[in-house]
Ligand binder design. Sequence first.
Ligand SMILES: *Cc1c(COP(=O)(O)O)cnc(C)c1O
Length: 426
Amino acid sequence: MEIDSIYEELGISRSVLDFGTKIEGKLKARFEEIDKNAEFNQMKVIKAMQENRVSDIHFAATTGYGYNDLGRDTLEAVYASVFHTESALVRPNLISGTHALSIALSGNLRPGDELLSPAGKPYDTLEEVIGIRESVGSLKEYGVVYRQVDLLPDGTFDYESIEKAINEKTRLVTIQRSKGYDTRPTFSVSQIGELIAFIKNIKPEIICMVDNCYGEFVERMEPSDVGADMIVGSLIKNPGGGLAPIGGYIAGRTDCIDRASYRLTAPGLGKEVGASLGLNQSFYQGLFLSPTVVAGALKGAVFAANVYESLGFAVVPDGRQSRHDIIQAVTFGNPEGVIAFCQGIQAAAPVDSFVTPEPWDMPGYDAPVIMAAGAFVQGSSIELSADAPIKPPYAVYFQGGLTWYHAKLGILMSLQKLLDAGLIVL
Ligand SMILES: *Cc1c(COP(=O)(O)O)cnc(C)c1O
């Protein structure tokens, strides 16, 4: 049986498949580069598992206090090896990326300290953690002062203003690697390294924390290789490899991780407690798969950028730019395009493909939002997913794909929906 006919059975027309095949044909060099990075990172993960003598005993469940949870302690040692840090906290009870970031910040800041963001406004959910938006229990309520230096108009760091913002109270600097759902460029690891070196040169004792969400295994180096004292991320994004059903990590200097652990559990208890409840195997196995899963997601992002760019839509990053995270933005300029795109992503999913996503008024947003996700793990954005606020410029953000083939089907299906709605001509 020909490959065309299986695509046809899935609802992809000949013209869409031919168009996609033509674009894919031009991406061989890009894909090869992505595969080489995945190979490097796969070796890095295997080496870390071997060095820490991972064994099937580490997959056993623990309950209650979780004293002497060998699987948990070894997993944390593996993360520390992969990221070249002294220590790590990798836990199911770090329930999301936001929670991990909140624990890392509140564990390491004290009343009267200043927190500085030298790269503009952080991710939406951190506004309430920090108290940029008034919220109960924020760092602001505990007397932590927040300062921010915006990026220059060209998206680079405003070194002059950063130097001015650093003072005797500055205790911690938070740097977000991925643009998230913003329009600025994502920072490369080497750009982050330059920024950290600049800051440490002014005041060496500042703790430099990097929000590493969506960035893990996209490059061969991580921010912890270029001076970050802590890196933080979510296990239902890149490093969970699609298998982790929950979780977050903080990796870094022992004193920073210990302080975070006393905030996560309790002073005096720290890392010594916290049962892993039988989740360890999926954490190990997800980390093992993560480099190739990230490669699949990256291929999908590069494919989508090239497909939609060639149809005349604005895409960020563009089809040729180097990648530092797995997020792709496509601007359609009208609600119909955004809705058709998301409906295509949904229709290509292994789970809930029969559901038609519609825009709805989500709490906390100022415009209706449409979301497409047919995921095995709720909210998992290493799985193929897309979302968009229905407001100008009508851009959709999408990411993930546990396999390249699924990401490809999702993008072809989005094209099909746009074609069927008369919004594009091939
Ligand atoms: C996703 C994300 C977060 C928050 O993670 P959640 O798991 O959704 O709470 C924080 N920062 C960035 C850059 C992210 O992409």
